[in-house]
Ligand binder design. Structure first.
Ligand code: FAD
Length: 511
């Protein structure tokens, strides 16, 4: 007779702490197979990259140690999930598959549907648990934050005490970081993954680094240290959002009087962002099409036909001729992380100045971000590209950003060494130097460093005009209201402005 077992299927929740599926399975009285499936078809998607895998690989190595300590090693398999489950079914009687609900992208959504179908056909129970702040089958957006906050306030799920092991099931091997299955080599470094790094990062932020969080949040260099840097851990699940919310609450209780004011402000700002995280994931849960369709349908077709491959290549390689843009992109490509403002600026530049479609630029960014989280990613791409219809256009001026966030030019010089000898006066706009000065600064524009791809003022004037035409179309406002009803943040002022021909242009950016 086949041994009766339960499966715990890990996806983007690579931990055993605050993990309802593994806890519930551990209470079932049946042997448990904790499994992670490497799915080659997923890794062939345009958003997936080896950098993600490097982070996941660290997580899996530690997750395996934790599972072994509980009594049953993590089982690793490569292939389609339903095929892997079918192979297990040949030797075991699977009672229930325990898993978290995943708010991923269209590919993972289809895969989850095939798993549901497979379980139904083979009379295997599938028990899915809510993940972080996302509410599945939410009927009304107005109620969302109430549900989310209740979930965050509830106690953490206990860590299982032990897992009953299964008989005779080879554990399998975690593929190496450099396995070709995961695409081309990462050109830089990858943040360390895994539970140990996650807890260290959380702790150092709450005890020390978070002290200057708000003050340093936007500057590209210092933000590397003073932002929490928890995003990749939250994306791949080495920490749950609720664990972080609880840790913040605990930290609040231990703040000493002398430092209370600044710490409280910093922690509140951080907490808000954790809430935004859930809010953006909820958008994708409610409307999966935002991965590939503009939230406001009037913007479909606005940029696609004019995609300029040369501009795209220059932007993605950090060779646009705008020093601050190029420094940020090269920094991002190398490190796999950059702060929010700079992500927004890079997208703004691609979408408005270069008029590139957000879907193609988004794939490039997804691959280089270690923390690629579809819910946040596609919502933010759309917001920063002006295609939601419910947010104010925010076009970043790359020269002003450069002067404000890197006045000395040190950051630019670190990432764009071609400009090392250019003085502070010219570093933000080196093309304004005379030919003689360019020679003296060892940087001849067009030879050592590119001339700007486009002129800032005329490019954004043109972009605004094109978008304005669409925003004034008949029916635009009514459609924007529908987008807001389904996806908008409920922090919007309650007194709505009366509809006028271009009133939607005035909607405030509140997401
Ligand atoms: C175009 C664009 C794409 C983005 N893509 C991603 C992505 O794929 N994955 C991702 O995690 N973040 C994404 N962000 C949001 C944000 O830039 C990162 O979450 C943040 O920089 C991560 O660094 P941190 O963990 O130090 O953040 P902190 O500032 O310390 O914030 C703490 C946590 O709050 C959440 N958070 C912070 N800012 C935001 C935000 N604006 N919206 C939603 N959640 C937020 C993140 O989970 C983050 O880890 C994107 C932003 C833009 C403009």
């Amino acid at each position: 007779m086949k041994q009766k077992v339960n499966i715990v299927w890990f996806k983007r929740d690579l931990r055993v702490h605050d993990h309802a599926p593994i806890f519930e399975a551990s209470l079932s009285g049946l042997p448990v197979i904790p499994i992670y499936v490497v799915e080659p078809d997923y890794w062939a998607q345009p958003f997936a990259s080896r950098r993600h895998w490097c982070f996941i690989n660290d997580c899996l190595v530690e997750l395996n140690d934790e599972c072994i300590a509980l009594g049953q090693a993590l089982v690793i398999r490569v292939g389609e999930v339903t095929r892997v489950f079918a192979e297990i079914l040949e030797n075991f009687d699977i009672h229930t598959v325990f898993a978290h609900e995943e708010t991923g992208n269209a590919w993972t959504f289809e895969r989850d549907k095939s798993v549901i179908k497979w379980c139904r056909i083979h009379q295997v129970n599938l028990k899915e648990f809510p993940n972080n702040g996302v509410v599945r089958k939410l009927s009304n957006r107005d109620d969302w934050s109430k549900f989310r906050n209740m979930r965050m306030a509830s106690p953490l799920v206990p860590t299982p005490k032990k897992l009953i092991p299964v008989e005779a099931l080879p554990a399998g091997i975690v593929p190496e970081k450099d396995d070709t299955l995961f695409g081309s080599k990462v050109p830089g470094i990858t943040q360390k993954g895994g539970r140990v790094a996650a807890l260290e990062t959380l702790n150092s932020f709450l005890v020390e680094r978070g002290r200057e969080y708000l003050y340093r949040l936007s500057a590209p260099g210092p933000s590397e240290k003073y932002c929490s840097r928890l995003s990749s851990h939250l994306t791949w699940g080495s920490l749950s959002v609720r664990e972080v919310v609880h840790a913040v609450k605990h930290r609040r209780g231990s703040i000493l009087d002398g430092e209370a004011k600044s710490w409280r402000r910093n922690l509140s700002a951080f907490n808000s962002r954790l809430s935004w995280r859930c809010h953006f994931n909820q958008k994708l849960e409610d409307q999966p099409s935002i991965e590939y369709q503009c939230m406001h349908p009037a913007f479909e077709g606005m940029r696609e036909q004019q995609f300029n491959e040369i501009y795209f290549k220059a932007w993605s390689e950090g060779r646009t001729g705008y020093p601050f843009i190029d420094a940020c992109m090269r920094n991002l490509v190398h490190d796999g992380w950059i702060t929010f403002r700079m992500r927004a600026m890079l997208v703004s530049f691609a979408s408005y100045h270069l008029w590139l479609d957000w879907r193609k630029t988004g794939y490039h960014l997804a691959r280089v971000f270690t923390d690629y989280e579809p819910g946040i990613h596609y919502s933010q791409l759309q917001m920063q590209s002006g295609v939601t219809g419910i947010n104010t256009l925010r076009i970043y001026n790359p020269i002003k950003q450069s002067q404000e966030h890197d006045p000395s030019g040190d950051y630019i010089k670190k990432w764009v060494p071609e400009l090392s000898d250019v003085s502070e006066t010219w570093i933000h706009e080196p093309w304004l130097m005379t030919k003689e000065l360019q020679k003296k600064s060892n940087c001849v524009i067009g030879q050592d460093y590119p001339a700007p791809l486009v002129d800032h003022s005329s490019a954004i004037k043109e972009a605004r005009a094109k978008i304005g035409v669409i925003r004034r179309l008949k029916g635009f406002k009514e459609q924007a209201d529908k987008v807001y009803e389904k996806l908008g943040s409920r922090k919007r002022p309650t007194t709505k402005k009366k509809s006028t021909s271009n009133s939607s242009v005035q909607l405030r950016l509140l997401d």
